[in-house]
Design a protein around this ligand. Structure first.
Ligand code: AMP
Length: 395
């Protein structure tokens, strides 16, 4: 695996695919700059070597050249965070990009306009990729958030750098973290899978059954498992057509010696609302008119024991409807247990969507060993897929 450390960038132009797809408010101010900050270590290393940096990214889903999706809106913030003026090329191809890149001196940073102003980007167009490639000497992919897409700048471009290509620090860290969980893990390994649906997590569950000792299944998925085993789930969310699959997972887990932990009690509500009445009930005895929206206290006690005994923890998906205060407790408590285990030396990886927002919302980010930056990309890696953006660098 080639990383930044394998290159000296002195007098080289590094062409970096970053993920600067940051949220902007109605005045085009960056409201969350995490993704820009995340690219800083890579940029710093290249500049420190005496190289220059050309940044490529997309922003949003523009239909052609739309001013509101221009990356010019983030230039000020990027300059501030990177501690250096970021120059801006008002196009990512053609004369504008070419001359801006040619005039770039060691120590300087150039940001190209939104790649998705051209449909060729998402189409993975080879000529477009070649044009981008001509701007730099070494290609660096540091955009984990788009590594699962075979776009021109994330994948196709790599073929024009047979040897001069590598992972950036952020992307390398994502790969290493997942490796620590699924391949070179310290046992016992526990995966916590929450979220709403079995159907969206089934491939993940199947792929990691071989790699874990414990699996905690929570969130809305709980009820498909409980109903399949004959429990009464009231009005809780359930995928009836996935009941067979749930039983098959339980059977497979037994065969593979994986202990499955499902909530035994839940916070049930008489409506899907933060104003609903609630009661704690046995997960197999939820009255009609009530739905389980969070894990109950006994379940959390059980989960705590498992988590605190684990040396490696993967967390994907909330334990309840954490967006509503009344049903956030299970997710917060779980986060606290993982934080405690991490403090005691366990390795914890949070990734793949909503659990990342939960961890951020509840201020637990710094207490996890690693919080992934790519929702869809992490989910696909957990499903066991080889991401095209990663494969293109390894090629
Ligand atoms: P996912 O995108 O599959 O990770 O699902 C995350 C969503 O699952 C969050 O928006 C949660 O509100 C939702 N969720 C978690 N637990 C439940 C539940 N018991 N009933 C309904 N939705 C839930």
């Amino acid at each position: 695996m080639k990383t930044l450390q394998d290159f000296n960038f002195k007098n080289k132009k590094a062409l970096i695919r970053v993920d600067f797809n940051v949220p902007l408010d109605e005045n085009f101010k960056v409201t969350d700059a995490t993704r820009i900050e995340a690219a800083k270590p890579t940029i710093d290393k290249i500049l420190a070597d005496g190289g220059s940096v050309i940044l490529m990214s997309h922003l949003g889903r523009p239909k052609g050249k739309e001013d509101k999706y221009s990356l010019k809106h983030i230039v000020k913030k990027a300059s501030e965070l990177l501690g250096k003026e970021v120059k801006f090329a008002e196009d990512c191809r053609g004369e504008v990009a070419k001359s801006a890149a040619e005039n770039l001196k060691p120590g300087e940073i150039l940001l190209l306009e939104n790649l998705r102003f051209y449909t060729e980007e998402e189409a993975g167009d080879v000529d477009f990729a070649k044009e981008l490639a001509s701007l730099g000497d070494i290609y660096v992919n540091d955009a984990f958030g788009t590594a699962h897409r075979a776009h021109a700048s994330t994948t196709i471009i790599a073929q024009f750098f047979p040897n001069e290509k590598c992972f950036g620090i952020l992307l390398a860290k994502e790969i290493e973290s997942l490796d620590k969980v699924l391949r070179n893990s310290q046992k016992p390994v526990t995966a916590v899978l929450g979220g709403s649906k079995v159907s969206s997590k089934i491939t993940v569950i199947e792929n990691i059954l071989d790699k874990v000792d414990h699996m905690i299944i929570g969130g809305g998925m709980t009820f498909t498992f409980v109903k399949a085993q004959g429990g009464k789930i009231g009005d809780s969310i359930c995928e009836d057509d996935k009941q067979e699959l749930a039983l098959e997972i339980l059977r497979l887990a037994k065969e593979k010696n994986v202990q499955i932990h499902i909530p035994v009690d839940v916070v049930a509500a008489n409506a899907f609302s933060n104003d609903a009445e609630t009661q704690i009930v046995d997960v197999t005895k939820i009255p009609d008119g009530w739905q389980g929206l969070d894990a109950g206290p006994k379940s959390l006690e059980n989960f705590k024991k498992v988590i605190l005994e684990s040396k490696t923890i993967l967390w994907n998906g909330p334990l309840g409807v954490f967006e509503m205060e009344k049903f956030a407790n299970g997710t917060i408590e779980l986060g606290n247990f993982i934080a405690e285990a991490t403090e005691k030396g366990a390795f914890s990886l949070v990734g793949g969507g909503d659990s990342v927002s939960a961890v951020k919302q509840f201020g637990l980010e710094d207490k996890m060993s690693y919080v992934s930056t790519g929702g869809g990309a992490m989910l696909e890696m957990l499903e066991g897929k080889t991401l095209p953006g990663i494969a293109a660098i390894l090629d």
